[in-house]
Design a protein around this ligand. Structure first.
Ligand code: TYD
Length: 206
């Protein structure tokens, strides 16, 4: 049983998720909440080590199944050792990427199957699901423009990132009300405002 509130922020590369996570954290802190901001893959000692493997651009022969299992393994550690304990003491957890990233990247773009990957993540986390998900939608950019642009996932082809983008949109449009889609091309303050309004509503109506 958890008493906190778990928010996931999802989107493709360069969607400004971490900036928005920090702005939302400041907003919620100013309202008196304990806020924990974290990210995936990573967030705990073990998960950060798995992240190093997952994002190492020198590894060019990782099977998609290994990749999916490593993301799930990182998530299992993160959920057990950081997210669940924080929620149990009543904190708001804001996570930069969570299960929907696995569904979009490994399930859809790698072709492993969205239902299969969803089940894997659910199993790995003992069904720890976000209370609210924010999807920030931005157009797919060329890899050259794609942020700092050199990790193993960022250097995947434009076609791969187009599949990721389409998958995120499909998930967002098929989701229930515990999900909001935000136009990530608008200005930073505008996006932050929309996110805090949506989160306040979601927290009230829980
Ligand atoms: P990161 O630098 O954190 O990405 P960003 O700053 O764009 O959010 O790198 C994480 C990469 O891992 C990113 O390309 C998305 C990918 N990823 C997956 O493929 N599956 C997952 O389950 C997660 C959490 C991330």
């Amino acid at each position: 049983m958890t008493t906190g509130f778990f928010i996931a922020i999802e989107g493709g590369e360069g969607a400004g998720k971490s900036t928005q996570a920090n702005l939302l954290a400041k907003h919620l802190q100013s309202l008196g909440f304990e806020v924990v901001t974290t990210r995936e893959p990573g967030g705990t000692h073990t998960a950060e080590k798995i992240r190093d493997i997952l994002l190492d651009p020198k590894i060019d022969d990782m099977p998609a199944t290994t990749e999916a299992l490593l993301f799930a393994a990182a998530r299992a550690d993160h959920a057990a050792n950081l997210i669940r304990p924080a929620l149990e003491r009543g904190a708001v957890v804001i996570c930069d990427r969570y299960i929907e990233s696995s569904v979009a990247y490994q399930g859809a773009a790698r072709g492993l199957g969205v239902d299969y990957i969803r089940q894997l993540s659910a199993w790995a986390t003992h069904d720890l699901m976000p209370d609210f998900t924010i999807y920030i939608d931005v157009p797919v950019t060329d890899s050259a423009e794609r942020m700092e642009g050199t990790d193993r996932m960022e250097i995947q082809s434009r076609d791969f990132h187009t599949l990721v983008h389409q998958a995120f949109r499909d998930i967002a449009s098929n989701s229930n009300s515990a999900h909001v889609q935000i136009d990530g091309t608008r200005d930073r303050e505008d996006i932050a405002e929309q996110i805090s309004t949506a989160v306040t509503e979601a927290m009230k109506s829980r």
